[in-house]
Write a protein that binds this ligand. Sequence first.
Ligand code: GUE
Length: 283
Amino acid sequence: MTAETLDGKALAATIKAELKERVAALAERGIVPGLGTVLVGDDPGSHSYVRGKHRDCAEVGIASIQVELPASTSAAELEGRIRELNEDPACTGFIVQLPLPGALDDAWALELVDPGKDADGLHPANLGRLVLGEPGPLPCTPRGIVELLRRNGVGLSGAEVCVIGRGTTVGRPLGLLLTRKSENATVTLCHTGTVDVAEHTRRADIVVAAAGRPRIVTADMVKPGAVCVDVGITRTEAGLVGDIDPSVREVASWIAPVPGGVGPMTRAMLLTNVVERAEALAG
Ligand SMILES: Nc1nc(=O)c2c([nH]1)NC[C@@H]1CN(c3ccc(C(=O)N[C@@H](CCC(=O)O)C(=O)O)cc3)C=[N+]21
């Protein structure tokens, strides 16, 4: 068997076309959604991600508000800039690009964001809403994964899903999303304390690798016909390497690859959150 590709790039283009229409509908009511980004320091990867987000915004008709600060920025200065975006009516949703450099604490910064403008869905209040099953912005990568599976007809109800990685941005919230009534999957969350990861992945109908460790999922760990989703991105001299080994292609039915799988979906879900925030603020 050679796995078919879960094409996140193509689906992201479809979603962007849909969002363009929703943005046009908002424009008729005099509302322009605006995405703010707060980027601290000079990490080239972070700069490249943020550039991509603003390119996406331009495509869809979302306004861009870019805040760039030096790595030497103090906590008080950063707090001030976040509060400005909370107050700025032109900014309907914003993100603080993670990880923050130096002594600036990611969790501290996320908590300063107005939960109503939280385009990342990572504010503790919104993560709490996710736990409680209440409406609110959802974390972009988990939402993108669910959307990528759904829109390609991968059944989730009753499926055994093995998630590798318990991080706050992917693994842990993905477990919460997949176990909602509307998804109804059964989730096993593996992490560095798991004794035998392969024992869990071999039982799974869907494997999601979000550990950030190159090629940890190999063909012998995957049930024939399973669906595999690669979320890990490691930069090497040879290019981007995912958490899923290329050998898995011979065993799986579908693979969401790196690049071209979950990454573009994460960006499309950020735009979706910004448009939804603008629609919510508009009432
Ligand atoms: N506040 C915050 N929100 C985030 O959503 C956030 C963040 N901080 N910090 C970093 C991670 C990482 N992330 C990615 C987004 C898109 C691609 C993406 O589009 N990847 C392309 C490849 C792009 C490339 O060449 O690097 C792909 O997989 O096809 C990857 C990674 C969002 N993150």
